[in-house]
Design a protein around this ligand. Structure first.
Ligand SMILES: [Zn+2]
Length: 258
């Protein structure tokens, strides 16, 4: 399976729309726009089979109507909970979508960013939408800190080798905050020295691996002893919800000052 990220909403939200394709078939994840998706599909003579939605914020679904017009056969999958009118087939935790005979994606409930956010996973790819970003995580916009921390704990159980695909390119800003939280993390220091991806180019392949995120993303490490000590100085109690909430609020303040 080939996977590329098409940049979308490049001057504002810096999204990635992920296209999976094999032979003459394609699938798209979170199309917040449609023009570049339709261009890519036509240039590569691909027929769109399905549209996979992690959550129904406009920057993840606004491209759906135009895609449906061009590819009426494509099925729109997305969260079954509080099912949005855009979604044709609702998905819940444990559902599996077979894209080809040897490439299926399992559905994980990952609420927190919104109350009904889902992620798509197999050993070759994790599409986690706005739950986790490279070196960061999404805002709490409808879900709760408790849900968010439990979703991260759930994703942390997946193998380190899992290729990581999120919905926005916020790496530079996220790495600055990560270094503020955990200046002594050597793997993080190394990561911050790597050249940044030249967004808005088309991204080929994964943005990172889940292992790299586990080792360097503070939001995957909110209960790591060093970070925990720092968060408890900032008023957190020793619970996943409180630690996550305190870290997320710290990042919100950091973003306001930037
Ligand atoms: Zn969102």
């Amino acid at each position: 399976m080939n996977i590329v990220g098409l940049p979308a909403l490049i001057d504002t939200y810096e999204n990635y729309i992920w296209i999976l394709y094999e032979a003459d078939k394609a699938w798209v994840v979170d199309p917040g726009e449609s023009i570049q998706v339709i261009d890519f599909l036509k240039q590569n003579k691909l027929n769109l089979q399905a549209i996979l939605i992690t959550h129904t914020h406009f920057d993840h679904i606004n491209g759906v109507p135009a895609l449906k017009e061009t590819f009426p056969e494509a099925v729109v999958y997305g969260p079954a909970k509080n099912q949005h009118r855009t979604i044709e087939t609702g998905l819940s935790h444990g559902d599996v979508i077979a894209l080809t005979t040897n490439f299926s994606l399992a559905v994980f409930d990952t609420p927190g960013h919104t109350a009904n956010h889902i992620s798509f996973y197999n050993e070759q790819a994790l599409f986690c939408g706005d739950t986790l970003f490279t070196a960061g995580c999404g805002l709490v916009l409808g879900g709760t800190a408790e849900e968010f921390s439990q979703s991260i704990i759930k994703l942390r159980d997946l193998p380190d080798s899992t290729p990581f695909y999120c919905a926005h390119e916020y790496t530079a800003d996220n790495l600055k905050f990560a270094l503020l939280v955990e200046p002594g993390n050597e793997q993080l220091q190394q990561r911050a020295k790597q050249p940044l991806f030249d967004y808005p180019q088309i991204h080929k392949g994964p943005l990172s691996t889940l292992g790299e995120e586990k080792n360097t993303n503070p939001f995957m490490r909110f209960d790591d002893p060093t970070i925990k000590t720092e968060l408890m100085k900032r008023g957190a109690t020793d619970s996943p919800t409180s630690l996550f909430k305190t870290l997320r609020e710290w990042k919100d303040q950091f973003d306001q000052q930037a």
